[in-house]
Every structure is written in C-alpha cells, then in structure tokens.
Design a protein around this ligand. Structure first.
Ligand code: NAP
Length: 236
C-alpha cells in the first residue's frame, strides 16, 4: 500500500475520473481531499466515501484554490481534473466559450500549482490532457490548444518543480457524466461508432483511467510523461 497515509488532493474529484481516483486512492490507504464547484455533488460523494475531505473550489478562482491548500498541512499527490468541455468553432462561438478552455485548463493548472507547491516537497502532480491534442475534431480547436499546452507545461514543470514529479494523463473517450452530457441524446450512437473503430472495440471507464493516475502517482521514476488512456484512439 504505497499510498498509505499519503495526502492526495483531487481537484475535480466529485464525479467521473476524479471520483474513481478518490475511491482507488482511499482503498490504498490514502487520505483524500476532493474539490468541485457543486456543494451538493461533494456532499453526495462524502456520504458514500465516508472519510474523504471536501472543499468547494472553482479552478478559475485563484482565491478558492489558495483556501483549499491553506487547509492542508502537506500534500503528497495532487491530481488536476476539474474542467468542462465548453468550446466551439473559432469563427462562430462566443468569445466567452472560446476563452473557457484556456481559463479552466491552463490558468486552472497555474493557479492550482502555485497554491499547492508550497505544501509539497516531493510526490507527484498529475495534470489532464486529452485525445484532442493528437486527434482533434472540428469545434474543439481551443480545447486542443489548451490540452496541447498542458502537455508542454507537463514537460517544462518536470524540470522546474523537481524533485516533485509532473505527469499528465491523456484520456480518449471515457464513460463519465461529462461525456454523456457532451453528446446528450447522441451518446449511445457515439459509443457505438467509437467501439466500431477503436482497437479496444469499446470506450474506456473512469476506473481504468483512475488506475493510470495511481500508476503515475506511485511510479517514482516517471516524470514529464504523457500517459495515453485512449484505447488506441490516436492511432486510427
Ligand atoms: N470523459 C472523457 O471522455 C474525457 C476525455 C478526455 C479528457 N477528459 C478530461 O478529464 C477531466 C475529468 O473529466 P470527467 O469525464 O471525469 O468529467 P466529470 O465527470 O464531469 O467530472 C469533472 C469534475 O471536475 C469538476 N469541475 C468541472 N469544472 C470545474 C471547474 N471549473 N472548477 C473546478 N472543478 C470543476 C466537477 O465538479 P463540479 O461540476 O461540481 O465543479 C467534477 O468533480 C476533464 O478535464 C475532462 O476534460 C475527459
């Protein structure tokens, strides 16, 4: 149990991949703090997971994040997942929707790491990229730019923040509330279409993605790495 009594903070831990990561880390003996914007979602998870700590924080709000980490005596592992999938075509979408991926993903990472780093002396930070960095689709140019930026930032921060290890996951299509909400009534069709073309013949689960995060957390000789959990999605 490498995570026994380790302090794990999961930004965006009340749903999907973050929630699955909280469950696995807790099962490995970690002391877990999860954050999100919705108090109701956090309360529901706390009722299920029991000993987990919760804090309300929006990654776009620097003060929220400072408060989260001020309340921690130390942080061993930080996982940053919290973001929406807002975007749109560059010439059509409102500027607010186009700036959101940058604000949430790049500025969110900057605010979070600046707030967390003073509480970390070692351990790991896991950031979140995504399949759109390597295999974009129309309407997701800004999300692609933001997650591509996260990959570049991961490698640079692995040098800048050493000996803290910095890695990123790059998930493909993963069955979570975010994916279901993004495709709404087309969700089943998207799953069927992806299952027909992916080498794995199915999309991924939150638990599989969480296992990849725990692998990065506990692999002491891996830093600056981007781990693809995409069923081979970037190869097709
Ligand atoms: N699922 C996929 O197929 C997939 C693929 C590639 C990348 N990803 C990325 O993986 C991450 C997690 O995705 P998921 O599928 O697990 O999504 P999810 O089920 O919607 O969970 C997202 C979590 O982040 C929180 N969150 C969202 N926006 C936030 C913000 N502005 N500030 C703070 N917390 C925020 C949510 O809680 P609140 O709503 O209460 O804030 C929730 O706890 C996201 O960055 C997503 O883009 C997912």
């Amino acid at each position: 149990m490498q995570l026994k009594d380790q302090q794990v903070v999961i930004i965006g831990g009340s749903s999907g991949i973050g929630l699955a990561t909280a469950q696995l880390a807790q099962a490995e003996g970690a002391r877990v703090t999860i954050t999100g914007r919705s108090e109701e979602k956090l309360r529901r998870v706390a009722n299920t997971l029991g000993t987990v700590k919760t804090a309300i924080a929006d990654v776009t709000n620097e003060k929220d994040l400072q408060q989260v980490f001020e309340a921690c005596d130390r942080v061993d592992h930080l996982v940053l997942l919290g973001a929406s999938l807002a975007s749109g075509k560059i010439c059509d979408a409102a500027l607010e929707d186009l700036s959101r991926p940058i604000t949430e993903r790049l500025w969110g990472a900057i605010h979070t790491i600046r707030a967390a780093a003073p509480k970390m002396s070692n351990g790991s930070i896991t950031l979140t990229s995504g399949l759109f960095s390597a295999r974009p689709i129309a309407g997701m140019a800004v999300v692609a730019a933001a997650v591509g930026g996260i990959e570049a930032m991961t490698r640079a921060l692995a040098l800048e923040l050493a000996p803290i290890r910095i890695n990123a996951i790059a998930p493909g299509y993963i069955d979570t509330p975010l994916l279901r909400a993004a495709f709404e009534d087309q969700y089943e069709g998207v799953v069927k279409a992806q299952s027909a073309v992916l080498p794995t013949q199915r999309i991924g689960t939150a638990e599989e993605t969480a296992k990849a995060i725990l692998f990065l957390m506990t692999s002491g000789f891996i830093t600056g790495e981007i781990l693809h959990i995409d069923g081979g999605g970037r190869l097709i």
